[in-house]
Design a protein around this ligand. Sequence first.
Ligand code: NAD
Length: 371
Amino acid sequence: LKIAAIREKGADERRVALVPDVAARIGRLGCDVALEAGAGVPSSYPDASYKDVRIEPDRKALLGSADVVLAIQPPATGDVQAMKPGAILISFVYGRNNPDLVKALRDGRITAFAMEQVPRISRAQAMDALSSQATLAGYYSVLLGAVQMPKILPMMTTAVGSLRAAQVLVMGLGVAGLQALATARRLGAVTEGYDVRPETRDEARSLGAKFVETGVDATGQGGYARELTAEEKATVRAVLSDHIARSDLVITTAAVPGRQAPRLIDARQIARMKPGSVIVDLGAEGGGNCEGTRAGETVQAGPATLIGPVNLPSRLAEQASELYAKNVLNLLEQIVRDGKLSLDMTDEVIAKTLVTHDGRIVNDAVRQVVE
Ligand code: NAD
């Protein structure tokens, strides 16, 4: 079985889907491993660090000979067309946003696994790339905010008096938000967390944070949140405005599956913030949790600096690639036996992660949008 990882082409994408250690472990599954030349260089893995891996400079030849293609970002349709019919793709696909790609996968008879569809169940945790990447994004969001602030995070005693610890508020306590709380606390900040799922209360507290109580419970399906009603939004707003106003750094990470990022902070709330305060909006790519966020930009919004980062995991490319490659390896271990493919379509993880197979779109939600 030939397994190949391609070089990511996106301008801001430094990650790679295969790292040297994982390449060696895939080799031990009885597979031949190949890498597009230079693919690991932006994430600090030179070609020479991949032992027993064929380095292929010709992308088309690599794609045309592979039984399994590994990538991070959804590939270009041209790349899909260069793949063998019946080959497997493992990458993020985001099928509902990429209908042309899904059609190319279907028409090319590619068996495509969409990493964003790995179910959030205990057994699949080791394959959960959304979580591995969100953890790093949550960590990095605090650093981004910290260097933008005109003050330090920890309390500090100096010869001329003490400096107070900064107040950090994290809104949205999923994987990224909890890691942001943990990171801010490690850096010495006084932390508060808020989410619409009450079960996050204990998680926030276990990380040394105070939980902001709003009395609203918007637990939705499968451990995710649902959208708030207008009345709930007003209640939450009334409670949170004071917390936002007294924070030095606010990190927002709220998301509702299949919807635009919910609006958590409006311009009137920002106007009440302290001069020099900073908001890092991790919802930027999904439309922003804050009024005025611009994806990929840092803007001044009244007294606050508003940062709208995109693809934070790529900035931690070495370890983001390592974690992603391990997620992929754990998925490969489910579908490769003795160097051969063996797809168990009745397995929940495989069934839910597949987007196209055998010339068909097998994910209902994606099919509804594309066909
Ligand atoms: P996400 O990125 O979809 O959303 C981030 C957070 O925003 C969530 O905690 C959500 O409740 C919150 N949110 C949504 N609307 C909000 C609003 N209006 N105000 C405040 N907060 C709001 O979340 P995620 O990190 O992908 O995690 C989603 C769920 O999946 C969580 O329950 C998490 O524990 C669970 N999960 C399970 C596994 C597993 O069992 N394998 C792995 C990862 C995550």
